[in-house]
Design a protein around this ligand. Structure first.
Ligand SMILES: [Fe+2]
Ligand SMILES: [Fe+2]
Length: 210
């Protein structure tokens, strides 16, 4: 067995380890939760709605981890890899915040998360292999779609659940930065059918997790 085979196996095991961590552990955030402590319990109808929305967002962040891990695996560009790593760290905060809020709301995470992880990892790895412009363009388009989706959730929450809302607003702010960074590093506009297919996939995930 040669060194190259060893390193391939190592990388494969490393990726499995990352996937298991995302899917099974309670992640810790580097930044504090961007929200004031809970003051009072929400009415049952609002609690159910908030838990559903946060479950969708948690699944989205599971998928984001997989996308970034997949891309980092196949992207050959050091600057791109560094940008992905920085974004992935912030995405890890998002994952931790969503999970924590979901637990506070007595909600559970989606049982479909392994599926979203696997699918997103493959898509990320394919995007990473397409080269710098397409790969970063893919990140920019993803973040644009996530931003639009988060804004719609903020609107649905209105003033009824300020704690969840504060989390989603900070996430929106971060996703805008990720998208802008990808564009400034050379991300190209994706062809319309690709962007439309991505929207369709995210709608599928939103429905499945809701
Ligand atoms: Fe995120
Ligand atoms: Fe992001």
């Amino acid at each position: 067995m040669n060194t190259r085979r060893f390193s391939l196996i190592d990388r494969g095991l490393g990726e499995i380890d990352k996937a298991i961590k995302v899917l099974t552990t309670h992640p810790r955030s580097a930044r504090a939760l961007p929200a004031a402590p809970v003051e009072q319990a929400l009415p049952e109808i609002q609690r159910t709605l908030s838990a559903r929305l946060m479950r969708v967002n948690h699944s989205g962040e599971v998928a984001a981890q997989a996308l970034y891990h997949g891309q980092a695996l196949t992207a050959g560009d050091a600057a791109v890899s560094a940008a992905m790593q920085h974004a992935a760290a912030e995405e890890a905060d998002h994952l931790a915040w969503c999970e924590l809020r979901l637990r506070e709301l007595n909600g559970r995470t989606s049982i479909l998360n392994p599926l979203w992880y696997a699918g997103s990892f493959v898509i990320g790895a394919l995007a990473g292999a397409l080269g710098r412009g397409a790969s970063l363009g893919f990140v920019a388009e993803t973040e644009r779609q996530v931003e639009a989706h988060l804004r719609s959730h903020v609107q649905r929450l209105g003033g009824a659940d300020p704690r969840s809302r504060a989390i989603l607003e900070q996430m929106t702010h971060d996703e805008i930065q990720h998208g802008a960074q990808a564009t400034s590093l050379g991300g190209k506009q994706l062809p319309f059918p690709v962007a439309a297919a991505m929207r369709l996939a995210s709608r599928l995930m939103t429905r499945g997790s809701y």
